[in-house]
Ligand binder design. Structure first.
Ligand code: MN
Ligand code: FE
Length: 355
């Protein structure tokens, strides 16, 4: 997917400009007053906040009626076992990945990033993660899924468990309450956490799922769940952009951390993430379904990984074509149009049985 800016989002300048602001420091700055947001030191943080607001949504705006019918259907036109598996794997992964991400923002990142406009964005992102968590409650309830099964998949399905353990392990030290970002080693550990959550979790681990679910939308199957994933994708693209700007700003302000060894370590970490995402694609799509197979999804993951590497000034590793150019079109769909259509449907079909 190209990093095309979704409609309604304000285009950011290509390069983050911090020339006049670097004297302040986004971390380890004793003179920062977290309550004094104006004048802004980092206008990009404020811009990402506005972009998040521009994509405001809640899961109840999207009708699940067609999905409920298709999910129950048997016989001709019903979902195949492989389609069901793919949907379940993605619900299983995302249902817990969203709260892992939210907890990392609140418990680890927020403590150390004291700049007020960056914190304003982090609060917005935390809220969006709550909306995403709510989305999977809504999907489970409307489809009548067994919550124990879905919410235990991060423990019971090895390809999901390995992804979650990977980010949790590489960010453990930052969760320690005695952790500070003082000194080169600690700033590198903090950047590890940011790369782990923003670049790998939100920027790579979510994208095989996005491609799988949005390809269902193109086939007009499970369109409600797919539309939920579409809105999440739009939010995640802003999370990823904020995270990348945060990482790049920390590196610009603390150039001593950006050694060749550290860069190599980050590239290695991202490549390990790609391997785990490839295993996940194989597991979610063991035989392939209409027009979609694990090989193509894996190529998309490698394509996406190169974009993430370039965004944080690391060398790309895969040099593959984007197999899903339609992914960027899906991101551009007008929210207003979908919102209007789903609202009308919602009024016609009444409420779903999920109270
Ligand atoms: Mn999310
Ligand atoms: Fe996110």
């Amino acid at each position: 997917m190209s990093d095309a800016t979704p409609k309604g989002f304000v285009q950011m300048p290509d390069k983050v400009t911090t020339a006049q602001t670097t004297k302040k420091g986004i971390i380890n700055n004793n003179s920062t007053d977290p309550n004094k947001i104006l004048p802004l030191t980092y206008p990009w943080a404020r811009q990402h906040y506005k972009n998040g607001v521009a994509n405001n949504w809640v899961p109840e705006e999207i009708s699940m009626q067609q999905d409920v019918e298709l999910w129950k259907k048997t016989g001709p036109g019903a979902l195949s076992e492989d389609e069901r598996r793919m949907v379940l794997w993605n619900l299983g992964f995302f249902s817990t990945a969203e709260s892992l991400t939210a907890n990392n923002i609140v418990m680890a990142i927020y403590r150390h990033v004291t700049n007020p406009e960056a914190r304003q964005y982090l609060l917005r992102q935390a809220y969006e993660e709550a909306v995403h968590t709510d989305t999977f409650i809504y999907c489970c309830d409307s489809l009548g899924l067994d919550p124990d099964e879905v919410y235990n998949m991060y423990l019971t399905i090895p390809s999901i468990r390995e992804k979650d353990e990977f980010v949790v392990n590489l960010t453990k030290s930052v969760f320690d309450l005695s952790f500070t970002t003082e000194g080169t080693k600690n700033i590198q550990l903090f950047v590890h956490d940011l790369v782990g959550y923003y670049v790998i979790m939100e920027g790579i681990f979510f994208y095989a799922g996005f491609a799988m679910m949005l390809s269902m939308m193109r086939k007009n199957r499970m369109v409600g769940v797919a539309e939920q994933f579409q809105y999440i994708l739009r939010d995640e693209s802003v999370h990823l952009a904020f995270g990348s700007d945060l990482i790049n700003t920390i590196v610009e302000e603390n150039p001593e951390i950006w050694t060749q060894d550290f860069q190599d370590e980050l590239v290695q970490m991202i490549k390990e993430g790609v391997v785990l995402e490839e295993k996940y694609a194989d597991d979610a799509l063991p035989r392939g379904i209409l027009g979609l197979n694990a090989e193509v999804v894996k190529q998309y993951v490698r394509f996406i990984a190169d974009r993430r590497l370039e965004r944080i000034n690391l060398p790309k590793q895969y040099n593959v074509e984007n197999p899903f150019p339609w992914m960027s079109e899906i991101m551009d769909l007008s929210k207003e149009k979908n919102f209007f259509e789903t609202r009308v449907t919602e009024y016609q079909t009444g409420s779903l049985d999920w109270e």
